[in-house]
Design a protein around this ligand. Structure first.
Ligand code: 3PG
Length: 221
């Protein structure tokens, strides 16, 4: 039987795109999740870069069929706040064993950021099989992921930082990519302005792009 975090891995893998959200007002969160869902994206990473983050996670967790995770999670206390709010996965910019351990204790998928082979090795030693790769473009993008994958063939990556419509296809075509994280379909200013129709369009465009890029081996039988 799959564990709760394995089920979340499956949902993230099927989603292919994880919007990375910076939100200023938790009252916008439900409308944002509905707008993304209407565009075909049923998950989001809500960063704790603003004080509205926890409230936004709690609001989105109420929406059936929507998978909400937390980003910019920097401490075990943050993990607890996110878990209590209903987050199902925990993303951090870097690798912190205490954050990973608390996530695992709370039954949540931990996706810590790694940037080097040393960090990837440490993540593997913590029992992780999925990591964030951040900031992806600054670290050399897919070429670096491919190089890092060689000694860690079982590891899968969620690159974010500079992923956009021009390079998302390259990332998603590679089997070591679990999904990509990006903010281009959730501009902070559009969320703040309540421009949710525009976000639905951006999400739908992003999903159409991903569908058009689908590699043959990932097509359903
Ligand atoms: C992240 O935390 O993953 C990034 O800030 C998202 O990067 P982007 O804004 O370049 O998509």
């Amino acid at each position: 039987m799959s564990t709760p975090s394995e089920l979340v891995v499956d949902r993230i893998e099927r989603a292919r795109l994880v919007p990375v959200v910076v939100i200023d007002d938790a009252n916008h969160a439900l409308a944002l999740a509905e707008a993304l869902s209407a565009g075909g994206i049923r998950c989001a990473e809500i960063t704790l870069r603003t004080s509205a983050g926890i409230g936004a996670i709690a609001a989105m967790a109420e929406l059936d069929g929507f998978t909400v995770g937390a980003g910019t999670v920097l401490s075990p206390e943050d993990v607890d706040a996110c878990a209590d709010a209903g987050a199902e996965f925990i993303v951090s910019p870097g690798l912190d064993a205490s954050v990973v351990a608390r996530s695992q204790q709370r039954g949540l998928l931990a996706l810590p950021g790694i940037a080097t082979a040393t960090e990837l090795q440490a993540a593997a030693r913590l029992g992780l099989r999925e990591v964030k790769f951040f900031p992806a473009d600054r670290l050399g993008g897919l070429g670096t992921i491919i190089a890092l994958s060689a000694p860690f063939p079982g590891m899968r990556f969620m690159p974010s930082g500079g992923v956009n419509v021009d390079n998302v296809g390259d990332y998603l075509a590679h089997p070591s990519i679990l999904a990509v994280g990006g903010s281009w379909m959730v501009p902070r200013s559009m969320i703040a302005a309540g421009d949710f129709d525009a976000i639905t369009h951006l999400a739908a465009d992003a999903m159409a792009l991903v569908a058009s890029l689908q590699s043959p081996e990932r097509q359903p039988a």
